[in-house]
Design a protein around this ligand. Structure first.
Ligand SMILES: Nc1ncnc2c1ncn2[C@@H]1O[C@H](COP(=O)(O)OP(=O)(O)O)[C@@H](O)[C@H]1O
Ligand code: SF4
Ligand SMILES: [Mg+2]
Length: 410
């Protein structure tokens, strides 16, 4: 984590205390129309992003986390203006860029860059590394001091590659090296904001930490601001200053890192945290329990009424089904959208009758089972999964497959 950012982000609520935020997003919406028939009539819309509001301050890292399909990549493409928002507002350095035309947005392309998830498909196989990393200079008509080749070779060195790689092709590199090439390309024009969309999820676990550490070091060295997207809280744990948890197109919790990990307020965050593998093998024998969400994520074509999480939440009551909880600050620097939050006063304490579906919304699994399925298979696991609530949930109890469902790694 950058040292500079501590000063920049004095107030973790996202309210600006050190000048304007670098990026301000208000009520951002992206609905993809679904069309059918010969006339291509619109019959519905995929509500990929459905009202996001957050700030990103200069020098900080905002982590965005949530299950696959919750709208993270769409959000990334909207704030880098690769996609056109349906509604809402995006401000970069105080300027409204929400619907800026292609011509006007060109200078912004220097300041805001994206690192993509798949280092295999994001690099053109027919181009040399020199052409790929040097492309932004051509596109923006920029002639760096000392020439493009020298600058590309400097960038390759910066990301831990050799300047001699200049004339080589992407297929000659491993996944981790390719992602370093993607990072070098993103940094070519000295951007102010870098949006990294699951930058390590296509890589071997053994090299994920190297690439995350590289991003962290580059931030310190170059004073970068990051939005890092991940589907797994473990990836962004050490690099984020603040974290936004997304569920079905909405932010359900937004907090500084420490508070989120130590006192999660939204039941969904609690389940996500519970699914983070424990890296320390000495802790594998612990008999603590993990929450395993049952059921699939509902479709963003017709999200559930009220709180979108109510179909999978073990605390859901009638009000959850009917009234959407607003994202509000429940503690300084800690916002959550929940009627019955964890680690905070109940917002509707009189509403105590949980929905029938809530009783089978989760299973609890022994720590050892979730940490290492191989151990579980070998019969060394201390506990089989057990469900909370009714006997109806027996379908999940005691099965070796149970840990692979729900919120384990994608
Ligand atoms: N271009 C598109 N057209 C239609 N639907 C899309 C498009 N891009 C994404 N979606 C849908 O929007 C939802 C969110 O997708 P995405 O932003 O990729 O989620 P995530 O990155 O969190 O996995 C998904 O249901 C996905 O199928
Ligand atoms: S308790 Fe209710 S409002 Fe809170 S996450 Fe669960 S369903 Fe949503
Ligand atoms: Mg994605």
């Amino acid at each position: 984590m950058s040292k500079a950012k501590d000063a920049a982000v004095a107030d973790t609520t996202g309210k600006d205390t050190a000048g304007e935020p670098l990026l301000r997003v208000e009520g951002l919406v992206k609905h993809f129309p679904v069309k059918k028939g010969l006339l291509q009539r619109q019959v519905g819309a995929v509500k990929a992003v459905d009202g996001l509001s957050f700030d990103v301050h200069a020098g900080e890292t905002l982590g965005i986390v949530g299950e696959s399909g919750c709208g993270k990549s769409t959000m990334g493409r909207l704030i880098t203006r690769l996609d056109e928002p349906t509604s809402g507002r995006i401000e970069f350095q105080g300027h409204d860029i929400t619907h800026m035309s292609a011509g006007k947005i060109r200078p912004l392309r220097r300041d805001v860059q994206m690192i993509f998830q798949d280092p295999y498909s994001s690099l053109n196989p027919r181009h040399t590394i020199g052409t790929i990393v040097g492309a932004p200079f051509k596109l923006q008509n920029v002639e760096p001091e000392g020439g493009v080749k020298q600058e590309v070779q400097r960038l390759l060195g910066l990301v831990g590659l050799s300047p001699e790689h200049y004339n080589r092709y992407p297929h000659e590199f491993s996944g981790g090296q390719r992602q370093r090439i993607g990072i070098a390309r993103a940094l070519a024009l000295s951007p102010k904001l870098v949006v990294a969309d699951e930058p390590v999820s296509a890589l071997d676990v053994s090299i994920q930490a190297q690439v995350v550490n590289l991003l962290d070091d580059l931030q310190d060295e170059l004073g970068l601001t990051y939005v890092i997207i991940a589907h797994d809280l473990s990836v962004i744990r050490h690099v984020s200053d603040r974290i936004a948890v997304m569920y079905l197109g909405k932010i359900v919790e937004l907090s500084d890192r420490k508070s989120l990990y130590e006192r999660p307020m939204h039941p969904y965050t609690k389940a996500l945290l519970s699914a983070v593998p424990v890296p320390d093998p000495r802790r594998r024998g612990l008999k603590s329990e993990r929450i395993l969400l049952q059921g699939d994520v509902p479709s963003p074509l017709s999200p559930p009424s009220g709180c979108r999480f109510h179909t999978r939440c073990w605390k859901a009551t009638e009000v959850c089904r009917t009234v959407e909880p607003p994202l509000i600050q429940l503690e300084p620097g800690h916002e959550a959208a929940c009627h019955h939050p964890e680690n905070a006063p109940d917002q509707i304490p009189d509403d105590t009758t949980v929905l029938a579906s809530a009783r089978e919304a989760i299973a609890l699994v022994g720590d050892a089972v979730a940490v290492d399925p191989a151990v579980a298979e070998a019969g060394e696991s201390a506990e089989a999964p057990k469900t909370v609530g009714t006997a109806k949930s027996e379908k999940t109890a005691g099965t070796a497959e149970a840990p692979s469902k729900g919120l384990t790694k994608e």
